[in-house]
Design a protein around this ligand. Structure first.
Ligand SMILES: [Zn+2]
Length: 490
């Protein structure tokens, strides 16, 4: 295997998150009655003229900026001609030799995975993005769930004219996991800046992979295969693995590969041929005569940039510097914008960034996951979490009590202070009370006392545990620790 190098390039189609279609006023809503959202423009009726949706351009610009692309001052829409029943005009309005944006360099974090799918070592990797252009989606043929489908095909044109950003990379990926991490990075970035919902299950993010292999050291690319029908990032990764193994097996046994398009079958867990290169389309692109060139001013780009939130990678780096978070913690918090906001707010209002990270990573996320909620839906706000952290910091309640209080906060929506008062949860820091407990523990564990005094200092943990247990979790561990050491030495 090690004598072969994998070469992968990716194309992503992301639906831009507009209310209306790219060249008409029809709604882009998902799940409406078939053909409810259509008009003469998106039905391709004679004489109807397209008008560009400004919002689609703004969201395309957000996507381009988030992915590190340069936005071209002038771009040209072009007709991509092909015949298919779900394409009523007989062509798709896309962009060709003068795309909306180009020449991106995107740094992603990537890691190979072990057998169980756990990441090994995370490392940065720069991926060149060739272009991001704007285009319209086609409609959908329906072959199931309607009368006489054995004799008829049905067409739903609700999707026809929905705005897409097509994002194409150079063949820069060297493993299926790099491709996997890139697609997840792009999804997260597009969601983060509000450019796209980027939900593969709803079909508003789709990807295709060009895969080939070559001998290590070869400059020339091997014969490539185009993979389609990749309905999840995981399927894409598996399909690439399957193809790489097939290519190597074929070449090592002296066979040759054909340039073709293959589909992933997620039941059989294999790819199969869709069409060979000989059947590939000649799209006869030419400039769209019904649309003026798209001219984007630097003021426009600046306005879009100002409206955008801080990007996830920048925020991850800032979290690591400002709050001394590990890479793993910071990455987890920026995996979702509402979680990043939640963390930052808890860190700021508790004044303890470390404690806020620990509480969120363990307790808060577990509570949220069990309710299938995101951080912005949390019944316990970041500010309320911060007041719980302060109660523990100030020694009012113990960390162990704090965990129970948090569970109660999630259940009842009450504040930490209210629960502490209701349940009479007060941490005991009074040395008189604690000393009495310590004396009991010392007198009932003579062997451990002798052991400690003979030099087994690790036994201190045992004594602390016993005293806290005797106090029903109320004793302040710091005070217990101090008093115990003193008493055990005497
Ligand atoms: Zn329409």
């Amino acid at each position: 295997m090690s004598t072969w190098e994998t070469v992968i390039g990716l194309e992503i189609h992301a639906q831009l998150n507009t209310e209306s279609k790219i060249f008409c006023g029809c709604a882009t809503r998902f799940g409406d009655e078939p053909n409810a959202n259509t008009c003469p423009v998106c039905l391709g009726l004679p004489g109807a003229l397209p008008v560009l949706n400004r919002r689609a351009v703004e969201l395309g610009a957000r996507a381009a900026i988030a992915l590190g692309l340069r936005i071209n001052p002038t771009s040209i829409f072009a007709r991509k001609n092909y015949f298919y029943p779900d394409l009523p005009k007989g062509y798709q309005i896309s962009q060709y030799d003068q795309p909306f944006s180009a020449d991106g360099e995107l740094e992603i974090m990537t890691a190979e995975r072990d057998e169980a799918g756990h990441p090994l070592e995370w490392r940065p990797r720069t991926i060149r993005i060739t272009r991001l252009h704007l285009e319209e989606d086609a409609g959908k043929n329906v072959h199931e769930g309607l009368p006489n489908v054995d004799r008829y095909s049905y067409i739903d044109l609700n999707r026809a004219g929905v705005p897409l950003a097509e994002i194409v990379t150079e063949p820069d990926f060297r493993s299926s996991w790099e491709a996997y991490d890139y697609v997840n990075h792009v999804r997260r970035s597009l969601q983060w800046v509000g450019a796209s919902e980027a939900d593969m299950e709803k079909g508003n993010l789709r990807c295709e992979a060009n895969v080939s292999v070559r001998r290590v050291g070869d400059q020339k690319f091997g014969t490539k295969v185009e993979l389609k029908n990749l309905n999840s990032v995981r399927f894409m990764q598996r399909a690439i693995e399957f193809e790489v193994a097939r290519h190597i097996r074929t070449l090592e046994s002296g066979g040759s590969l054909r340039q073709e398009t293959r589909l992933w079958d997620d039941k059989a867990l294999e790819t199969r041929v869709m069409r060979s290169k000989e059947e590939a389309h000649d799209y006869r692109y030419f400039p769209e005569p019904d649309l003026a060139p798209l001219i984007v001013s630097s003021d426009f780009i600046e306005t879009v940039r100002k409206e955008m939130p801080e990007l996830p990678e920048a925020r991850r780096k800032r979290f690591m510097e400002q709050y001394a978070l590990s890479f793993a913690d910071a990455s987890q918090f920026v995996s979702d914008r509402s979680l990043a906001d939640y963390y930052e707010s808890a860190a700021e209002s508790s004044g303890n960034a470390r404690a806020a990270a620990n509480w969120i990573r363990s307790e808060v996320l577990r509570e949220l996951e069990s309710r299938s909620m995101t951080a912005d839906q949390s019944p316990v706000t970041a500010v309320e979490l911060a007041s719980l952290i302060r109660l523990i910091e100030d020694g009012k309640i113990s960390g162990k009590q704090g965990k129970d209080v948090l569970v109660e906060m999630f259940k009842t929506g009450k504040s930490a202070q209210a629960i502490v008062e209701e349940q009479g949860l007060v941490q005991v820091s009074d040395t008189g009370e604690i000393d009495a407990l310590i004396d009991e523990v010392i007198s009932s564990n003579p062997d451990q006392v002798a052991g400690y005094r003979a030099g087994k200092e690790a036994l201190i943990g045992f004594f602390v545990g016993q005293v806290i247990k005797a106090s029903k979790g109320k004793a302040n561990p710091k005070v217990v620790n101090e008093r115990l050491r003193m008493k055990l030495q005497s």
